[in-house]
Design a binder for this molecule. Structure first.
Ligand SMILES: CSCC[C@@H](NC(=O)CCC(=O)O)C(=O)O
Ligand SMILES: [Mg+2]
Length: 368
């Protein structure tokens, strides 16, 4: 099947509150959205890039150019038998995986809608609902942190992730653990530490954490393998795992005990499923990370998280955690058991709110 036309949109959708990591701050969703048209149907995908190259090398500007100049023209030339064909079509494209994933997600959605098949069933999902948690940014004080976490726990979240950095790590984590002794708790450093901090990080072992996410460099696996034996708590890799090959290296080197799979980080759902399968074969649990996506990217994450080895709660919070109003007419809501329900309609199940999307679109182009 040939894609007949492609619509790209850059959006600006403000968050209900700024989101601060160990190294930068996000105020709004700056994703590039992809809409594919074929045989009277359409599929939507989200490249969840930020405004700066702080999480990975991509930005909304790089993804916009890459999609408009290279990826969209390329995929219009390809005969697709199914969504897995997109990964193969982009095999010679280096990096730029979030941009690539925008088209790849849209192809999965498009084929699902054409076939009348849900994304979860196309991927091999086995769950009707997926365990989720909430990621909490760096706060101005421990009192503020207790208030923010208290509100999320009251809202029903049963797993909390804290962003940490030097000077905001041991004490905030201790405060949350002491206030909620049984809460499922984990931390994410976004690559701010070095091997020299091993003894400092080992203090986190006292707090019965599920995992310590990406303590070392964003493109490192080797030093994480040297750090893991110095910690009792499992290391979880996020930024370091950009492909199935990286996952194999990490698993063979014992660099992590858990993997955070973000389909956008690895170029799409095809690679994400491969990593899921490799980790499952190695007896390593995975969970679905988040990039502050709109309901379009969120639907892809929820479908992926329905696969059997996603055994830890994901960073796939309800839409209202991020946006006052989402760009879909069916935003995800948190179930009382800290889960999101997996859409069962054709494709991703996301229904785009075109009127509001128009309102938050800062740039649009049609290709083909
Ligand atoms: C801009 S922060 C995005 C990357 C970060 N994501 C989260 O912390 C989860 C954000 C979300 O709830 O989508 C991570 O490193 O895991
Ligand atoms: Mg992370």
């Amino acid at each position: 099947m040939r894609i007949e036309q492609i619509e790209l949109r850059r959006i600006e959708l403000p968050f209900v509150a700024p989101f601060e990591t160990s190294g930068w701050r996000e105020e709004a969703n700056h994703s590039v959205l992809v809409r594919l048209f074929a045989q009277g149907a359409e599929g939507w995908g989200e490249a969840p890039v930020g405004v700066g190259p702080w999480y990975n090398e991509e930005t909304s500007a790089t993804a916009w150019v890459m999609l408009r100049e290279i990826l969209a023209p390329l995929i219009l030339q390809v005969d697709l038998d199914g969504p897995e064909g997109v990964e193969a079509a982009f095999a010679r494209v280096r990096a730029n995986r979030m941009a690539r994933s925008g088209i790849e997600f849209a192809a999965w959605d498009l084929f699902g809608r054409l076939r009348g098949q849900s994304l979860t069933s196309m991927l091999g999902g086995t769950r009707m609902s997926v365990d989720v948690g909430v990621s909490v940014g760096v706060q101005s004080s421990i009192e503020a942190l207790l208030e923010v976490v208290g509100a999320y726990v009251a809202a029903g979240y049963q797993r909390v992730k804290l962003k940490i950095k030097p000077g905001w790590d041991i004490e905030p984590t201790r405060a949350i653990r002491e206030r909620w002794p049984d809460l499922r708790l984990q931390v994410d450093a976004n690559s701010i530490y070095t091997l020299a901090d091993a003894a400092h990080l080992a203090q986190l072992d006292a707090f019965n954490l599920l995992l310590i996410e990406q303590p070392l460099a964003h493109d490192d696996i080797f030093d994480h393998a040297k750090l893991q034996p110095q910690l009792r708590t499992p290391i979880c890799l996020d930024e370091s795992i950009v492909s199935p090959e990286h996952a194999r290296w990490a698993l063979e080197m014992g660099a992590c005990g858990v993997i955070n799979i973000k389909p956008s980080r690895v170029g799409g759902l095809t690679a994400a499923r491969q990593i899921h399968d490799m980790a499952q074969a190695a007896g390593v649990p995975v969970w679905c990370g988040g990039m502050l996506e709109t309901g379009i990217g969120r639907a892809a994450n929820v479908a992926l998280a329905s696969l059997p080895n996603f055994s830890l709660p994901g960073d796939i919070s309800a839409s209202e955690r991020y946006f006052k109003r989402d760009i879909v007419t069916n935003p995800f809501r948190l179930n009382p058991d800290s889960t999101l329900s997996v859409p069962t309609g054709p494709g991703s199940g996301a229904e785009v709110d075109m009127e509001y999307l128009e309102h938050v679109t800062v740039e649009k182009v049609i290709i083909g």
